[in-house]
Design a protein around this ligand. Structure first.
Ligand code: 3H9
Length: 693
């Protein structure tokens, strides 16, 4: 099949892109487009560009990034389309994104079907629209609307695109049919190059730049894109294109682009289970949830928002009522954010959701998710009951964050139906789902876990059973590294600031305050008996809990939250508690630079992550990356901790570990996998590639 098909429909040359699955503008597509336009100029009175299959062009071919460019480049293709002597129409359906929308902007007229989406998502990949998008879009929409689309990367609907001036019409029908109608009208009107339109009026570009920098949290592409749009307003069209290309080149060469594109492909790779190909998932018509606390209610809300039927069970009528109210308030706020249509709400209210106080209500559930108190005895009791009441073939899932799922499965007579589905709080918002596969879990139960994630629009990562699975196990380790630094003299507020400067969504102490310090307290108590005698014990976290300082919910934790403030203030009392503990342990406090804080934090994270991969808990390094990006606020533009380690150099990370080990040889002993990769001169990416199907 040719990447670009050409045929004549009367006077109109129809140019069809055929590059499944998303018609990315690969080299063959670009070359085919130029050839088709040249031919149309000779043979037709108008040309129409459409996409075959599910979408118009969804962008440049991201797989070609980082490789030597091959002529013709997309900017030249777009310029050639714009310079065409006969009118060119683009008829859009599916997702016209990035370079795809840029092709459409270079056409002279644009029409779309009502459910088409149009966007310039390049900044999410660490680049900016580099085929004229920053120059042509603002000429059609004005600078403000173009800046909004380009700096956020968010797509707009066909209706919005019509309103802001991108489209000439929105029409029902096939792209070919609506495009031909417009092309025939365009013959009389002639070509209408977007580049000939007047430059957009200036806006406060410096303010946009500052806003984009702040929102980017260390990411540079959105702010750089502002300067490209500014060029559209200040420079003649061709000079603006040259400026865009220069800025595009800078971003293309940046490590942020590499990190973001790694994240893009890693997120898609985690969803694939080649070893289970052909295994069909079980039914997912009705979901049961046990426990209506914050987590259970969030899981119920997530399922309801995805259109599933839900039954929630709590221990008595009062608890069930409270759970029902909790779910209702989550649904209310989803409705306010436009995530729940009124029709779906009435469906939920008229039987789509039930809260009950007896387990018998779960007898029709296809999959039950347990979200009760994190205690092995309690969980085993719940599972023994589920074993009695659930229908044959029902999937029995636990939302435990740490506990041994094999032991939980052992409480039932059907361990092959048991799996871990570890949601992150708030469960109806957070993207990550760890699908934890126990020893006896059946293949179709694993596939069902992934199918549920897809239904909930979550990113599922396959994990093995161990204390904390992938994410919380790594978290516990880097947490120990920073707690030890604080014990040795670092200020927790400096630690948070240094790690936010590194790009973490929130500093770890602020995160603890948000999650509640009592969670870690309970875990420490549980693990106290099995603690390695060589492990250092920072007591300050327990001291805070003993004082009732549980974080935001009590107004005090590591920070103070006066009058319900959401952003905490440093508290001298905490600094005193730390000083007292250091004195008590006979430690002379020392200072840490921000750089050292970041290096210790990352060395600990990567080291434990290498153990997680080495032990087979994560399938590949990229599974760790996706876990940390979508569940733990790791900066996406760094690609994830394993990508960061590869880009930093595994030998340098190992050298850091060995240096830190001089103070604390037990904690900093290098993971065997990391040592092995360095010895062999290989990277985590090599492991990712070897594991590809
Ligand atoms: C750009 O255009 C730069 C220009 O400004 C300048 C140039 C000079 N390339 O997501 P899915 C693959 S930057 C190559 O699972 P969905 C994807 O990896 C680009 N491959 O489907 C997957 O492959 P596999 C701007 C691509 O229906 C398969 O297609 N454009 C590309 O959930 C299916 O993808 C974007 O950023 C690509 N551009 O969502 C759009 N796109 O099956 C990026 C997808 O082997 N793409 N693939 O795993 C998307 O947002 C979504 O893929 C889309 C479809 C919404 C299109």
């Amino acid at each position: 099949m040719d990447a670009v098909k050409y045929d004549l429909d009367g006077d109109v040359a129809v140019v069809t892109i055929q590059n499944p699955p998303v018609n990315a503008a690969s080299h063959a597509v670009r070359a085919g487009l130029v050839e088709a336009v040249q031919r149309a100029e000779v043979e037709a009175k108008a040309a129409l560009i459409i996409g075959d299959g599910r979408t118009f062009i969804a962008g440049a071919d991201i797989r070609e990034f980082g490789k030597p460019p091959k002529d013709p480049w997309l900017p030249e293709v777009c310029n050639r389309i714009e310079a065409c002597k006969i009118p060119v129409v683009a008829a859009l359906h599916g997702t016209a994104l990035g370079g795809g929308l840029e092709v459409a902007l270079a056409a002279h007229y644009r029409v779309a079907v009502p459910d088409a989406k149009l966007g310039l998502p390049e900044v999410t990949l660490g680049i900016l629209p580099g085929a004229g998008g920053t120059q042509r879009l603002p000429r059609l929409t004005g600078a403000e609307a173009a800046l909004e689309m380009i700096t956020t990367g968010r797509p707009v609907s066909a209706a919005e695109a019509l309103e802001i001036g991108i489209l000439d019409a929105v029409q029902d029908g096939t792209p070919r049919q609506i495009g031909l109608d417009m092309a025939r009208e365009a013959i009389a009107k002639g070509p209408r190059p977007t580049g000939d339109l007047p430059a957009p009026e200036a806006v406060d570009f410096d303010a946009w730049h500052a806003k984009a920098l702040a929102r980017g949290k260390g990411q540079i592409a959105p702010a750089t894109a502002v300067r490209a749009v500014q060029a559209a307003s200040e420079l003649p069209f061709t000079d603006g294109l040259a400026r865009e290309r220069e800025l595009f080149g800078d971003l293309m060469a940046s490590p942020q682009r590499e990190g973001l594109i790694h994240a893009f492909f890693a997120e898609r790779a985690v969803a694939k289970l080649p070893e289970l190909e052909g295994v069909a998932p079980r039914d997912l018509a009705e979901i049961g949830v046990v426990g209506g606390g914050t987590m259970g209610a969030g899981i119920a809300a997530a399922c309801l928002l995805a259109g599933l039927k839900v039954v929630l069970v709590d221990r008595d009528a009062d608890a069930a009522d409270k759970a029902k109210a909790r779910v209702a308030s989550m649904l209310d706020s989803a409705a306010k954010r436009g995530k729940l249509l009124p029709e779906r709400r009435s469906e939920i209210d008229s039987g789509g959701f039930r809260a009950a106080d007896t387990y018998d209500a779960l007898d029709a559930s296809d999959l039950v998710i347990e979200a009760v108190f994190e205690d092995m005895d309690v969980k085993r009791e719940v599972f023994a009951t589920l074993d009695k009441v659930c229908k044959e073939g029902a999937v029995l899932a636990t939302n435990t964050s740490y506990l041994d799922i094999n032991a939980i499965a052992g409480a039932t007579g059907r361990p092959s139906d048991v799996i871990g589905l570890h949601f992150f709080s708030p469960a109806h918002i957070m993207k990550l789902l760890e699908v934890v596969v126990a020893d006896a879990t059946a293949p179709d139960v694993v596939v069902t876990g992934f199918a549920l994630a897809k239904r909930l629009r979550k990113i599922a990562v396959r994990a093995g059973v161990c204390d904390g699975f992938i994410g919380n196990r790594i978290l516990a380790h880097y947490r120990m590294a920073i707690d030890n630094m604080v014990l040795d003299g670092a200020d927790p507020y400096q630690v948070d600031a240094a790690l936010e400067a590194f790009g973490m969504a929130m500093g770890p102490y602020a995160v603890s305050d948000l999650a509640g310090l009592d969670i870690g307290w309970a875990t420490r108590k549980r693990k106290a008996a099995t603690r390695d005698p060589r492990e250092r014990v920072p007591g300050f976290a327990d001291t805070l809990c003993e004082m009732g300082r549980f974080g935001q919910k009590t107004g005090r934790g590591y920070y103070l939250y006066p009058d319900g403030a959401r952003r905490g203030e440093p508290d001298p009392e905490v600094q005193q508690i730390l000083a007292d503990e250091r004195a008590q342990q006979g430690l002379t406090p020392r200072s840490f630079t921000d750089d050292e804080i970041q290096r210790r934090f990352m060395a600990a994270m990567v080291n434990e992550a290498a153990r997680v991969v080495g032990d087979g808990i994560a399938r590949r390094p990229l599974d760790v990356d996706v876990t940390m990006l979508s569940g733990y606020g790791f900066p996406r533009w760094r690609g994830g901790p394993m990508k960061w380690a590869d880009m930093t150099g595994l030998d340098l990370v190992l050298a850091d570990l060995k240096r830190f080990a001089k103070d604390d040889p037990w904690f900093w002993q290098p993971a065997p996998l990391l040592q092995k990769l360095v010895d062999e001169g290989r990277t985590f990416e090599d492991l990712n590639k070897e594991a590809q199907p």
